[in-house]
Design a protein around this ligand. Structure first.
Ligand SMILES: *Cc1c(COP(=O)(O)O)cnc(C)c1O
Length: 385
């Protein structure tokens, strides 16, 4: 079958990309645990830092899911971010959404600003702030949607249109939505980045990152960064990620249904101050979420009417939700941002942006909804008695 005939998302996830099984007939691709390749081989491999059959398969598969011409894989989401930012030079300006992933902020603030990169942070959910993109003509606009942990939705098409007027490339960190629910390149973004550690791999057993683009120039820069900065993944991690992504659609359907079901129920339960989920009408950017995502994803936040101690006691009392950082795996997780992911942010700043002591972020796994429901209900009953 011609590759172009593979129209459906899951058909592409299962069939796109070459497995390099050679003459063996192996249905699943082998893992190429080799650091180097004999010179002059027909596939053009030379050294694993600059390419390996397992990377190529992963890259072709993710490109197919993102609707991209190119994708380049890296050792982690943070490696992928490093690759993109390493293309900038001293004096360049980045306009970034103010609620970006903490490690992206840290990389800008503690590493790249030392080399003269200038970053301005704006609330990009406010259209009034987009004029700063026109005014500053940044070397890069950096956003993610939904954001972490507040699940703000940023208008990717709107911002991409404004940025393209002044020739600024737009990067979207698509980790929270995954290409099953949202394809930034189709909405006009230049680069779509993901920590495949989360939904794309989906089994919490390996780290990797990916950058997808339609642009040949950007693709060249990413391939260069992969080998020149030594940001490549291990072949086995690339293999695990390729295996994981074949079931992305099936898992996302369940993640979304579980998150939507739990969030809608929690909104009506006593003891809860606020629930945030992009596909609930109570979400401030609900109609935008409906427009740019095909479902609400597996994350929701809940603000308990509780002290910090009660919130943590609630987390410990849960049996099916493990208290841990990360998200997007088959197992449910819960995170207390104020003491975990966002602990390093000064208290006043945290409260100002809406990360209070009672705020919890849930990553709904693929378990049965009734079991997750009962687990939360019993824990709330006990702690908020
Ligand atoms: C986890 C995460 C990253 C970083 O990915 P790693 O694979 O942990 O390096 C980047 N962006 C977002 C939105 C994330 O959730």
């Amino acid at each position: 079958m011609n590759d172009q005939d593979l129209k459906g998302f899951t058909t592409r996830a299962v069939h796109r990309g070459r497995g390099f099984a050679g003459t063996t007939g192996a249905v699943m691709p082998p893992v190429y645990l080799t650091s180097t390749f004999e010179t002059g081989n027909p596939d053009g491999f030379d050294y694993t830092r600059s390419g390996n059959p397992n990377f190529r398969l992963l890259e072709q598969s993710v490109a197919a899911l993102e609707g991209a011409r190119h994708a380049t894989c890296f050792a982690s989401g943070v490696s992928a971010i490093t690759a993109v930012v390493s293309t900038l030079k001293s004096g360049d300006r980045v306009v970034a959404e103010e609620n970006i992933y903490g490690c992206t902020y840290r990389l800008f603030a503690r590493v790249f600003e030392k080399f003269g990169l200038q970053v301005s942070y704006l609330d990009l959910s406010q259209e009034g702030n987009w004029k700063e993109i026109r005014r500053q003509r940044p070397a890069l606009v950096w956003l993610e949607s939904p954001t972490n942990p507040l699940l703000k939705i940023i208008d990717i098409a709107g911002i991409s249109a404004v940025a393209s007027e002044v020739g600024s490339p737009v990067l979207v960190d698509n980790t929270f939505a995954s290409p099953y629910l949202q394809r930034p390149l189709e909405l006009g973004a230049t680069l779509s980045l993901a920590s495949t550690t989360k939904y794309i791999n989906g089994h919490s057993d390996s780290l990797a990152g990916i950058v997808a683009t339609q642009d040949d120039g950007w693709h060249e820069k990413m391939v260069f960064a992969q080998k020149a900065l030594g940001l490549q993944p291990g072949p086995f991690d690339a293999w695990l990620t390729t295996r994981g992504l074949r079931t992305l659609a099936l898992r996302m359907e369940r993640h979304c249904a579980n998150a939507q079901g739990l969030a809608a129920w929690l909104e009506t339960r006593r003891g809860i101050r606020q629930v945030r989920y992009p596909y609930l009408p109570s979400h401030p950017q609900h109609s935008l979420a409906r427009k740019q995502m095909s479902a609400g994803s597996g994350l929701f936040t809940v603000e308990l009417e509780s002290t910090r101690e009660q919130a943590l006691a609630f987390c410990r009392r849960l049996r099916l939700f493990t208290l841990a950082e990360s998200l997007g795996g088959v197992e449910s997780l819960v995170c207390h941002p104020a003491s975990m992911t966002h602990a390093s942010i000064p208290v006043e700043v945290r409260h100002k942006v809406g990360i209070g002591d009672g705020l919890l972020r849930f990553s709904a796994g693929i378990e049965d909804l009734e079991d997750l429901h009962r687990d939360i209900d019993e824990a709330l009953e006990e702690v908020l008695r």
